[in-house]
Design a protein around this ligand. Sequence first.
Ligand SMILES: Nc1nc2c(c(=O)[nH]1)N[C@H]1C(S)=C(S)[C@@H](COP(=O)(O)O)O[C@H]1N2
Ligand SMILES: [Mo]
Length: 361
Amino acid sequence: MDFSSEPPHSRLLRVQGREPFNAEPPSSSLVNHHITPVELVYNRNHGPVRILDEHSHSIQIQDEIHAKNMTISLPELKSLPRASVVAAHQCAGNRRNEMGKIKPVTGTGWDDGVVANCRWDGVRLRDVLVHVGVPYAEDLHVCFASHAAPCQDDKYYGASIPMKRAYALESDVLLAYEMNEEPIPSDHGGPLRVVVPGVVGARWVKWVDTLTISAHESPNAYQQRDYKVLPPNVDSIEAAGPVWARYPPLMTLPLNSVVATVDHDLQHGRLVVKGYATPSDEGNITVVDVSTDDGKTWVPARIVYQEGKWSWTLWEVELFDVQLHGVVLSRATDASGNVQNRECEWNFRGVAYNAWGRREW
Ligand SMILES: Nc1nc2c(c(=O)[nH]1)N[C@H]1C(S)=C(S)[C@@H](COP(=O)(O)O)O[C@H]1N2
Ligand SMILES: [Mo]
């Protein structure tokens, strides 16, 4: 893999790996912004970051069902109706280090900053498919691929989603060309990337150059392996090897919340607690509660930011008469009545960790 032509990366991130470049901000800086500034957006790569030319970029659309191939240029895509969405995107490995305390896991050692809440502008995938004449059919898949660079586990990066997610009424699946109202920077997949609100970051293919309409899920390694929740008895690479195919790719992440900062005003026995919460695809967060007595009693936090169906939620709460030291827990509830659980079952890849948020003061 050739890393010699990467763009300069944000210097506000804690680097977990240089080649490929993987870095996250501290969650304490994330909660200061409703919309995450680009410089604070985590960067997750399985291969080199490439700088592509937006003027010559195009995508191939391969309809395997009707044996049709089409090419659509970026300017032509931009002539379709613009759509925008504010959505949290999150790596499946967010909070992996916490899961690793239960029992060792494999993968990049992420804390709780591998999440960002950005505005994305682009075209709806559904509009693109209608534009090029791909008819809807139940049970098909839309596969996304980027051949910009080879990756650690495959020759290209790929993922797929069921076609019904793209065609759902009010579908917010986009081929995005702007992030926070600017062209998407190379680190985040510019000039064109996939945005699938409510679904793990791994399916948000950066530098996308190919769409394939297929009867099958993407054959790419990152769809077939890696981003899956394996059962707890699978606890080594050897044990995982033969069983990957039995488990579905991780798509929606579960409801989550994290305590990002705790400021203790010693003199007045007062705590100011701030954090974020992220939705699953079953409706946005309705309540975030905090507890300082190990979950016996809960106090509702004030929701200070949320917009639309897919954004994260920022929350804040003041607590009085607190002890000198303690632990504050957070727990989110969503519009469908799902409540975040105290614990999260361990899995070998350390993905989808969503136990109650927890921070000491
Ligand atoms: N082409 C390509 N797309 C990719 C990846 C990658 O390595 N290559 N990583 C995926 C993963 S695992 C995540 S979590 C997100 C990260 O997006 P970001 O770096 O813009 O935050 O992009 C996804 N899309
Ligand atoms: Mo990821």
